[in-house]
Design a protein. Structure first.
Length: 380
């Protein structure tokens, strides 16, 4: 019987429930939501599946253990009591990083040193050696001290899962891939959706929507740290990549159309769509929001307009919202999903949203303003 791992998936604040539902669809049991993270359990195949297929998680961590620690002695003893030999081989490198929030143990550097020594003592004892070479694959240890509760974990992802591999270059202030995917999930993307983004930038929203419409796993073409871990059978990665490949829907009746005032951004969108393997579904052209015309067909606008804290001064962004309100007309079959940090976005846009969803774009608190009542949202 395969080992079962307790996993933690950190997510952007505000999309925890979206990520949890995705994990349930993947086949995970015991999915539990906490602020900024989702807890789940699964075997090696499920661990690989979470990395390859999750659109919303920032990374996948193995939860090695939790305990209360108010002193460095309690921290050392607690860490040393955990089964590190289950995950870290005698030659693995194991760098330690972490955070401390509202904890008696607030010195990150001291905590790093103590945790590193405790793990080394445990491994030296278990492997019967006095020196750990750390010349092998890197097995990153992460700690979180929150209100004196220590959580120790191992990172299985390596680079953050928002790094799909298609966006090696980006324009100024791009939206994070996981947030773009969450906006597309809120908009209910289907294989026959027509989506528009009049501020397409490097094309992230368009590409994430195309990946979603074709059921193409976002991590299908990238590497994960756990692929070099000795305790995970290499076959799970082959099996899960094959599964993800088999799940792709080909030749869907989907289109994603973007425009941007910057010619370089348009070219970047097309390049990134090709890297992502969805170039047949993504089109982009140079265009100003003042000239945007809502097409006659059923359609969805999902967009991340520039705003004061990113690219424009506040007054310019407010004028932009006024123009958007004029161009994004209310009509049957038209839906709009707009992310903005401006508290008075609705005032300048000219009408109240049918629904709002609070989330964080980096350190910036935002809302996704949803206008759909005239568009008759289809429930998934």
């Amino acid at each position: 019987m395969s080992d079962t791992y307790k996993l933690i998936a950190p997510v952007v604040f505000g999309i925890e429930s979206i990520a949890a539902e995705e994990f349930r669809r993947m086949g995970f049991d015991n999915v539990r939501v906490q602020d900024g993270k989702v807890h789940l359990e699964g075997n090696g195949n499920m661990l690989a599946r979470a990395n390859i297929c999750s659109r919303f998680a920032e990374r996948i961590l193995i939860n090695v253990g939790e305990f209360t620690a108010t002193t460095f002695t309690e921290l050392f003893d607690g860490v040393k009591s955990l089964p590190w030999e289950r995950y870290i081989s005698r030659d693995n490198a194991f760098p330690v990083t972490g955070t401390s929030v509202n904890s008696a143990l607030f010195s990150i550097s001291d905590c790093q040193s103590i945790i590193k020594k405790a793990i080394a003592d445990r491994l030296s004892l278990k492997y019967g050696i006095n020196w750990l070479p750390e010349t092998g694959a890197e097995c990153r240890v992460k700690f979180s001290l929150l209100k004196d509760t220590a959580t120790l974990s191992i990172d299985t992802s390596g680079d953050g899962l928002h790094k799909r591999g298609y966006r090696r270059m980006a324009n100024g202030a791009p939206i994070k891939e996981t947030i773009a995917a969450a906006m597309c999930d809120l908009a209910h993307i289907y294989p026959d959706t027509r989506i528009y983004d009049p501020f397409c930038g490097s094309g992230t929203i368009l590409i994430e929507s195309a990946l979603m419409a074709t059921k193409r796993a976002p991590g299908l073409n990238r590497y994960f740290a756990a692929e070099r871990f000795d305790f995970l059978d290499k076959s799970v990665w082959r099996e899960e990549r094959t599964r993800a490949q088999d799940n792709i829907i080909h030749n869907v009746d989907f289109s994603a159309v973007g425009s941007d005032i910057d010619e370089n951004a348009v070219e970047l969108t097309l390049q990134n769509a090709k890297k992502a393997g969805v170039e047949r579904y993504v089109k982009a052209r140079v265009g100003d929001i003042k000239d945007f015309a809502v097409p006659d067909q059923r359609m969805i606008v999902v967009t991340n307009p520039p705003y004061g804290e990113r690219l424009l001064d506040v007054e310019s962004s407010e004028e932009l919202y006024r123009i958007m309100g004029e161009r994004f007309v209310q009509a049957q079959g038209k839906k709009y999903f707009i992310i903005s940090p401006h508290d008075e976005f609705e005032k300048f846009f000219g009408r109240n949203a049918d629904k709002k969803r609070k989330l964080y774009n980096g350190m910036i608190k935002c809302n996704v303003f949803m206008y759909f009542k005239n568009g008759q949202v289809r429930e998934s």
